[in-house]
Design a protein around this ligand. Structure first.
Ligand SMILES: [Zn+2]
Length: 417
């Protein structure tokens, strides 16, 4: 039996070929969730998997699976992959790299004549990005039971198309695929991804051992004032929603946004009504995105944030709607140790990094021992046609993933099977 080896050229050429599905004239891709472009990408990936006998399947959440059956198929499988949907101005590597590298690793295992004990499943999760249907992570959250099909199916895109309709189109295009159940037992989950930040690049590291994903909470807050004439309404009688917003924004930035070095605080969207030059603003609706690696701190800041809104809104009224509430997680220590060991064997400089962005692995970490491997991306640029990863870093990440997959799939019993 030969030692499995990834083909850096095949992986690179497949990454470039997948970039043709939804290619933008200026470079990059627009391949949003459950779109015609994503259907093309599914066809390509299923065909590549077919070359080595991988069995394609889907599920009620619109996830795509390619399975290499193990010699002990009753054991929970190992899953590796990411997503293939993109932002409207996405790059070639975000998500696609993790899915195609998992396919490459499985291809290397098959070519080496290795028969793993556990089945290995390559996954492309549905709607990670959340740009067409918000919020994202739909496929992995449905798989992990964090959201229900009823909650997700009625979400509509800007054209009024629902997830139910778009997913029916995908399932109709692949009507011969068997359906796996949501949330089937999983032995381990491994996701390879570009870093989407420049910590690795600045440090000269090639492999990021992802310690965890920072927690994130988001809110939609509405301040309710009263419309009035800008020339006649006395200042002491105004209920100016924009002035209330200004008081709140300044206090939040000072007391929440600058609370410590690790906090990330953003007011990313604000809508003013009636947004007319000579009318006292009657209503301001805005979104807050708050992230922190430590759950206790995130919870404390969230509490303070809601207090500040309540303290500073008067004389306006207010509504606070919590949207996302995703705690931080820590990835499996055993798998992280394997990443370190593999990188060491290959001579790839490696370091621990925290993921500032959310990923499907957050959901899987609640179901099975999970981990993520990062590689650098140029300048930390992502969600942009200029997104770029060096071919040698692509190959390095895939080689480490191959080592972890080989280990995980060859261990017949772990974690209480
Ligand atoms: Zn991604």
């Amino acid at each position: 039996m030969a030692k499995p080896r990834i083909s850096a050229d095949r992986l690179w050429s497949r990454l470039m070929a997948l970039g043709e599905d939804g290619a933008l004239p200026q470079g990059g891709v627009n391949r949003q969730a459950l779109s015609a472009e994503e259907i093309l990408a599914w066809r390509r990936i299923i065909a590549w998997g077919g070359e080595i006998g991988l069995r394609p399947s889907t599920d009620a959440a619109g996830n795509l699976f390619l399975t290499l059956p193990g010699s002990m198929p009753d054991l929970p499988p190992v899953i590796a992959g990411s997503h293939i949907d993109s932002q409207p101005t996405g790059g070639l590597f975000d998500g696609a790299f993790g899915t195609l590298a998992a396919l490459e690793a499985v291809t290397a295992i098959v070519e080496a004549g290795i028969a793993p004990s556990r089945s290995i499943i390559v996954v492309a999760w549905m709607n990670e990005e959340g740009s067409r249907f918000a919020p994202g992570m739909m496929g992995s959250e449905l798989f992990a039971g964090k959201r229900t099909l009823e909650q997700v199916m009625s979400v509509r895109d800007a054209e009024g198309v629902s997830v139910r309709e778009a997913m029916a189109a995908v399932h109709a295009a692949f009507s011969d695929l068997p359906r796996l159940p949501l949330g089937f037992p999983v032995a381990a989950y491994i996701e390879l991804h570009i870093e989407q930040a420049d910590v690795l690049e600045r440090s000269g590291a090639v492999i990021g051992i992802v310690t965890g994903i920072q927690g994130k909470k988001t809110w939609e807050i509405t301040l309710k004032g009263r419309k009035a004439h800008a020339g006649t309404e006395p200042m002491d009688r105004r209920e100016d929603a924009l002035q209330a917003f200004a008081r709140i924004a300044i206090a939040l930035q000072a007391q929440v946004g600058l609370a410590d070095d690790a906090v990330k605080f953003t007011i990313g969207r604000i809508e003013v009504e009636p947004n007319a030059p000579s009318v006292v603003p009657a209503r301001v609706r805005f979104r807050i995105d708050l992230r922190h690696p430590e759950n206790a701190v995130l919870d404390r800041l969230a509490h303070r944030l809601e207090e500040i809104v309540a303290e500073k809104a008067a004389p306006c009224g207010f509504d606070i709607r919590r949207l996302v509430d995703a705690p931080s997680n820590t990835f499996d220590e055993g798998l992280r140790a394997q990443i370190r060991a593999s990188a060491g064997r290959h001579g790839f400089p490696a370091m621990d990094v925290l993921s500032a962005a959310g990923h499907d692995a957050r959901q899987m970490a609640g179901l099975a021992p999970s981990t993520m491997i990062f590689i650098p991306c140029r300048g930390g640029i992502s969600h942009h046609p200029d997104e770029w990863a060096e071919p040698e870093h692509i190959a390095a990440g895939a080689s480490v993933l191959l080592d972890l997959l080989t280990n995980a799939a060859s261990i017949p019993h772990q974690n209480g099977d």
